[in-house]
Design a protein around this ligand. Structure first.
Ligand code: XBP
Ligand code: MG
Length: 249
């Protein structure tokens, strides 16, 4: 049995319900450029199958519009999207999901490392953490592994492997917190045991192999429910809970 040394958080959908803000940022730049594209909530649920904004735009052009993605400068378009997203988050468009700040505090107090493994861009993570927890908290993360730092995005294991290598710990000494099937696959492919906190975009996905599937990390006065009839109900995912399910993994 290996002791728990690090908690590796996903960002989008896990730290905060970011996807509606991402969707708005995409649509804002599509409109500013008069592309005539608009992603509805329903469209976006399907488009989330592909992780990474640049990859999502390319997939949309190829498979939905039957156009060659090389027709536009996706890098430049996505840079504008990131600027818009950062502006929205800096303006207070997001707050952290229940239990996230609590668990981060508990981990730091207990000497358990905290880290990030995400598909999104580094500046998006930094603005969210700075706005929600204060700029000084950025330095408390042992590593922030972001999408463009690795070759392949989730569901590939690369971003988890990047975080583990930076912390110099084995996969079995960490636990991942994710919200999506792609994120779960990424963590498991790297050998990191994983719990899921679902959100409206991901609650119908398949989570075979997860240690637990909750609807949030929960707070003392509002425990997490098991998502969509799953076990276990009534959990407050604190450090003791994470240690116990990690030890059982
Ligand atoms: C998140 C993503 C990201 C965001 C958009 O996946 O797929 O692409 O939707 O961010 P995960 P960017 O939570 O599994 O990491 O536009 O910066 O890619
Ligand atoms: Mg996610």
């Amino acid at each position: 049995m290996m002791a728990l040394e690090a908690i590796i958080f996903d960002v989008d959908g896990t730290l905060a319900d970011t996807e509606e803000v991402h969707r708005r940022a995409f649509n804002d730049v599509f409109a500013a450029r008069r592309l005539g594209w608009k992603w509805t909530r329903e469209d976006y649920t399907k488009l989330l199958d592909v992780t990474g904004g640049k990859e999502r735009i390319a997939r949309f052009m190829r498979d939905w519009l039957w156009r060659d993605p090389a027709e536009i400068d996706i890098q430049a378009l996505h840079r504008e999207k990131t600027e818009r997203y950062v502006e929205l988050v800096a303006g207070g468009a997001l707050s952290l999901r229940p239990g996230v700040a609590r668990l981060i505090d508990e981990a730091l107090a207990a000497g358990v490392k905290i880290a990030i493994a995400t598909t999104t861009s580094l500046e998006n993570v930094e603005v969210l953490i700075a706005r929600a927890l204060g700029k000084a908290m950025l330095a408390e993360f042992a590593v922030i592994s972001a999408g463009d730092m690795v070759e392949r995005k989730k569901p590939a294991p690369d971003v988890y492997e990047h975080a583990l290598a930076a912390m110099r710990i084995p996969a079995a000494a960490a636990i991942a917190i994710e919200d999506s099937a792609n994120g779960l696959r990424s963590a498991l492919a790297a050998g990191v045991p994983c719990i899921i906190t679902t959100n409206p975009y991901t609650e119908d996905q398949e989570f075979a192999g997860a240690l637990a599937v909750l609807d949030s990390l929960g707070e003392a006065d509002k425990p997490a429910a098991a998502s969509a009839g799953r076990m276990p109900p009534g959990v407050v995912a604190n450090l003791a809970y994470l240690r116990s399910i990690h030890a059982a993994a």
